[in-house]
Design a protein around this ligand. Structure first.
Ligand SMILES: Nc1nc2c(c(=O)[nH]1)N[C@H]1C(S)=C(S)[C@@H](COP(=O)(O)O)O[C@H]1N2
Ligand SMILES: [Mo]
Length: 254
């Protein structure tokens, strides 16, 4: 099998996994295609997994008619950390997105600034590793635009996404990460709207990541910070994310 064959096979599997999922939230993990994909995704080297998918491949986009009547909320759905409650109390007026680390221009953006930037809207399918999928319409700022403002330095390799919630209701906060190249993918959004409405608390208000070629846990909600770094092994549990530190795969591709 050549690399191109393998890539095509994997893309076909991804399409098979999507068949018959259009009306509502569905049991994605029951489909044979997706089981095969997840099995592949369990193989050890991220480098190999990354090579299977061309960097610029687009996730499937759907139509208004495909939008799930209810978009399931999962994981944290009503954060109770003091800093989040304070932002809820003032309607997110005090909320900021801080972009720090290996950048020439650290940023501190409020919602008005993000809303004033060129936006992108896309209708995509969210696949949670727990076995459900929903189709939703997301609007937000392409993360690439924010990176253009911050200007990562030559040493930059990863982005770490910092969240305001704690799944364990303790000092730990949810976090995620991805390659800089994935952050620049045209469908990677900092989303502030779902199905034409301002993001609600359950789905990650005021801002959440959409990383459309990745499983649900990579799509960090309740974003408050993006750190540009050259390595992940010294951050939190060292595996690049809240669930990764507990054993989930970092790649998380679909
Ligand atoms: N900050 C934060 N982001 C998160 C989570 C979370 O608990 N906290 N859960 C993840 C998981 S497992 C999924 S499937 C999606 C759920 O997003 P939704 O609530 O909009 O469906 O958010 C992901 N991002
Ligand atoms: Mo998930």
């Amino acid at each position: 099998m050549t690399d191109a064959d393998r890539r095509r096979a994997l893309q076909r599997l991804a399409l098979l996994g999507g068949a018959g999922l259009l009306a509502g939230c569905d049991k994605l993990a029951d489909s044979a295609g997706v089981k095969a994909l997840l099995a592949k995704a369990d193989q050890p080297t991220d480098r190999a997994l990354h090579a299977l998918t061309p960097e610029d491949a687009l996730a499937a986009e759907f139509t208004e008619a495909d939008i799930s009547p209810v978009f399931k909320a999962n994981g944290s759905t009503n954060p109770k950390t003091p800093e989040y409650l304070a932002m809820v109390a003032d309607g997110f007026a005090s909320w900021r997105l801080r972009v720090t680390g290996l950048v020439q221009h650290p940023l501190e953006l409020d919602l008005q600034q993000l809303a004033a930037m060129p936006a992108r809207t896309q209708i995509t399918r969210h696949d949670c590793v727990e076995g459900w999928s929903c189709i939703g319409k997301w609007t937000g700022v392409p993360l690439a635009r924010v990176l253009d403002m911050a200007v990562p330095t030559a040493a930059a390799r990863f982005l770490v996404f910092r969240c305001a919630d704690s799944l364990d209701n303790d000092a730990k906060r949810y976090y995620e990460s991805c390659y800089l190249s994935e952050a620049r993918h045209p469908q990677t959004l900092l989303a502030y709207a779902l199905n034409g409405r301002r993001l609600d608390i359950a789905h990650g208000a005021p801002l959440r990541l959409r990383l459309e070629r990745k499983l649900g846990y990579k799509h960090a909600k309740y974003l408050v910070g993006i750190e540009v770094v050259d390595r992940l092994d010294q951050i939190e549990g060292g595996k690049g994310g809240y669930w990764e530190d507990l054993g989930y795969q970092w790649h998380g591709g679909i």
